[in-house]
Each structure stands twice: as structure tokens, then as C-alpha cells.
Design a protein around this ligand. Structure first.
Ligand code: SF4
Length: 111
């Protein structure tokens, strides 16, 4: 398997955002870089883009719902304006509001 670089992953998340009509975290505090790095590390270790904010089973069968973009991203963006990690945001996201933790939508038995 060819290792992904941060540039590969940045390109991937940009494509996802464009395709889904979302925007990326502005990276004013380094969050975007950190999440891209987390996705890269997971990919190079387990072979898929496991959510960088969640633990991985390291088995695609069990992690399918949290492969980025996860199954919970759209409902979270609809309700809170951002995905769980705040990698993807609604284009109308209000940047005056502090980005806080949102509830985990993944069923608890899968944590
Ligand atoms: S919460 Fe965001 S970063 Fe994490 S998998 Fe879902 S879409 Fe990707």
C-alpha cells in the first residue's frame, strides 16, 4: 500500500468538501492540519480514513460508519453546522460562535 502524505489527504478532504457542499475548518488554530495528520496516520496504519477523533477497531468491517466522511457528518452539519471533529463545516457556519464539543451520534455500543 502506498503511504499517503499530508498533501494527498488535504486534496482528499478538499474534494469531499466540494462534492458535499461543505467547507473545511479555516485552520486558524491549526485544527485542520491536526485532523489531516490524524487521517493520514490512520490511513497509513490501518489502510482507510478512520475518523481522526474516534478510536478505531482497525477493521474496516466495524469502522465503516466512521470512515471519513462518516455517516454522521451530514446530520451533525445539519444540526450543529459542523461534523464531530469540525473538519467539515456548513458554508453558513457562524465563526463568531466558539466551536465546542457536540454529542457523539455514533451508537454507544460501537465506541
Ligand atoms: S466527524 Fe468529520 S472528520 Fe470525523 S469522520 Fe466524520 S466527517 Fe470525517
Amino acid at each position: 500500500m502506498k503511504e499517503k502524505t499530508a498533501e494527498d489527504v488535504s486534496k482528499y478532504v478538499k474534494q469531499v468538501a466540494d462534492k458535499r457542499g461543505w467547507i473545511l475548518h479555516p485552520n486558524d488554530d491549526g485544527t485542520l492540519d491536526m485532523l489531516v495528520d490524524g487521517l493520514k496516520d490512520y490511513y497509513n496504519r490501518v489502510g482507510y480514513f478512520n475518523c481522526p477523533c474516534r478510536d478505531s477497531y482497525e477493521d474496516m468491517k466495524f469502522d465503516r460508519d466512521i470512515m471519513c466522511p462518516c455517516d454522521y457528518a451530514q446530520p451533525d452539519i445539519d444540526e450543529f453546522g459542523r461534523c464531530y471533529c469540525a473538519l467539515f463545516l456548513d458554508p453558513d457556519f457562524d465563526f463568531k460562535v466558539e466551536i465546542e464539543m457536540i454529542p457523539e451520534r455514533r451508537p454507544e455500543e460501537k465506541w
